[in-house]
Design a protein around this ligand. Structure first.
Ligand code: AMP
Length: 488
């Protein structure tokens, strides 16, 4: 893609992404393209790969899906080398223009450096201001570029020390993969909000390693799961193997609970738990907490399917595919305006009339954000002849925006931020509406009830309990000051 394309920015606040990196395999770029393809659900707007052939770095980025950009053998051939990193982006911070598409790459005195980032830095605007004052020239409007400049101005000599120096100044939720002339690096933020895993590829002894946002990206390239990169850990992979560094003190981890509910692919294993099983258990808990007499349990596909299966088994009410999803349209959220998003729901779902006509229907979906999807689906199911429509949601009400890497609109657009459950039921046109409780969710995930003093997950979208400082708080924090310190 040679021309810059500017898409409309809506009310989106934050960035959803997938990252992948591979060390020492033949045709690393092809392996990376496959990994990114498996991570396509984490970002569909743009994609990129940077490879290193031992002497030079090579890069290709484009708007759109992985298959559209890396399906062509000529493109893969232009990315030689046995190491590579890649990125899928669903742009939410920064305009969607080609220069914002990751991995970002820069030439330094120590060699090349490429970085791909999943998450959001909540003090990026403060750091950017300070860096610009110091004379740094930003090429993009993405958060992630602050890493590149912080590494550039660091007074440390090795890449890893410069990376640590940079990481100590950023605040936020992030998983990173980075590539230098000497090493592939992976980092998770100190609370481990976003996922990152380590895998082994090729025969034992051949030195092949993979970093990826989710285990589904290992399966597609025939890699074996080794372990999660731990919260606050930096893994440095080179010809000597995997070396682990922990530059931050130990913090209590706060993995994003929404990865279990919606974001991760159901065939991924997250923190030792298969996402599919977790979703079925959440559905079963929902049936126990908010059962209602009905004839069929119908998922809103695809996101509601495992929870609806769990609900059906627990309640004994038959599971039916009462809504059929057209797989040739992207996620509803991809659409840039409310109007198109509205139409998008119809493009994406249609009612399977024989499964619904004359029935009392329990509809199961994973979340209500703006309420657009639920309203359209309830209407569609009624038009198909359903006698009653009961909506059951496998997450608590989404009352707060995410600032840590899940795309949610500003708070004013969240239906649950302004309305009670009864009001929401009326607004979406359902006979009844219920959400899983927060404690029910924790229990379904194998945890004790939520401890408000030390919650196991980041659940800020349901509680407003934000574990990392927010962008407006970052203005007053002193973290950025080392940037301005005399030695710089
Ligand atoms: P809404 O129509 O705004 O209420 O959005 C709810 C629908 O969007 C549900 O069907 C969810 O599966 C889906 N959804 C929830 N969160 C996200 C997200 N961050 N990105 C894309 N889709 C989402």
């Amino acid at each position: 893609m040679t021309t810059e394309t500017r898409l409309g920015e809506d009310d989106k606040l934050h960035e959803e992404c997938g990252v992948f990196g591979v060390w020492k395999v033949p045709t690393a770029a092809a392996i990376t393209a496959l990994g990114l393809h498996a991570l396509q659900h984490r970002g569909q707007e743009a994609t990129g790969i940077v490879s290193f052939d031992g002497a030079r770095f090579h890069q290709h980025r484009g708007m759109g899906l992985v298959g559209d950009n890396f399906g062509d053998a000529k493109v893969i051939d232009s990315l030689p080398g046995s190491v590579a990193i890649g990125h899928n982006r669903y742009a939410t911070t920064g305009d969607t223009i080609l220069r914002n598409v990751q991995p970002l790459y820069a030439d330094f005195e120590f060699g090349g450096f490429a970085v791909a980032h999943n998450g959001n830095l909540t003090n990026a605007h403060v750091l950017r201001r300070a860096l610009v004052r110091r004379g740094c020239l930003f090429q993009s409007t993405t958060d992630s570029e602050v890493f590149v400049h912080l590494i550039a101005i660091s007074l440390y000599s090795t890449v890893v020390d410069r990376l640590i120096d940079a990481l100590k100044q950023v605040v936020g939720a992030y998983s990173l993969v980075a590539l230098s002339n000497e090493a592939l690096m992976g980092v998770r933020d100190p609370l481990g909000v976003r996922p990152l895993i380590l895998g082994r590829i090729g025969n034992e002894g051949t030195g092949g390693w993979v970093l990826a946002s989710e285990t589904c990206a290992l399966d597609i390239v025939g890699a074996d799961f080794v372990r999660d990169v731990e919260p606050g850990e930096i893994v440095v992979i080179n010809d000597q193997g995997v070396h682990s560094i922990r530059p931050f003190g130990r913090a209590r981890e706060r993995f994003c609970v929404f990865e279990y509910i919606y974001f991760a692919r159901p065939d991924s294993i997250v923190e030792g738990t298969p996402v599919y099983d977790a979703r079925k258990r959440i559905g079963a808990m929902l049936a126990r907490e908010a059962g209602v007499p009905a004839d069929v349990v119908v998922p809103v596909p695809d996101s509601g399917v495992p929870a609806a299966m769990g609900y059906s088994v627990e309640s004994g009410i038959p599971f039916e595919l009462g809504i059929i999803r057209n797989h040739y349209v992207g996620r509803t959220f991809i659409e840039p305006t409310d109007h198109i998003r509205h139409l998008g729901v119809k493009l994406k779902h249609s009612a399977n009339r024989p499964a619904l006509e004359g029935k009392r229907v329990i509809l199961v979906d994973d979340s209500i954000v703006r309420g657009t999807t639920s309203k359209k689906i309830v209407e569609m199911v009624r038009q198909a002849g359903a006698r009653e429509v009961h909506m059951r949601i496998s997450s608590p009400p989404t009352t707060h925006s995410c600032f840590y890497g899940i795309d949610t609109p500003e708070r004013g657009k969240l239906l649950a931020a302004k309305h009670t459950v009864e009001e929401m039921a009326e607004l979406i046109g359902a006979d009844s509406l219920a959400f899983i409780s927060l404690d029910g969710l924790y229990q379904a995930l194998g945890q004790p009830n939520r401890d408000p003093a030390a919650p196991h997950y980041c659940d800020a979208c349901f509680t407003g309990d934000y574990p990392i400082i927010l962008p407006d708080q970052a203005d007053n924090a002193d973290k950025q000051l080392s940037l301005l310190a005399a030695n710089h």
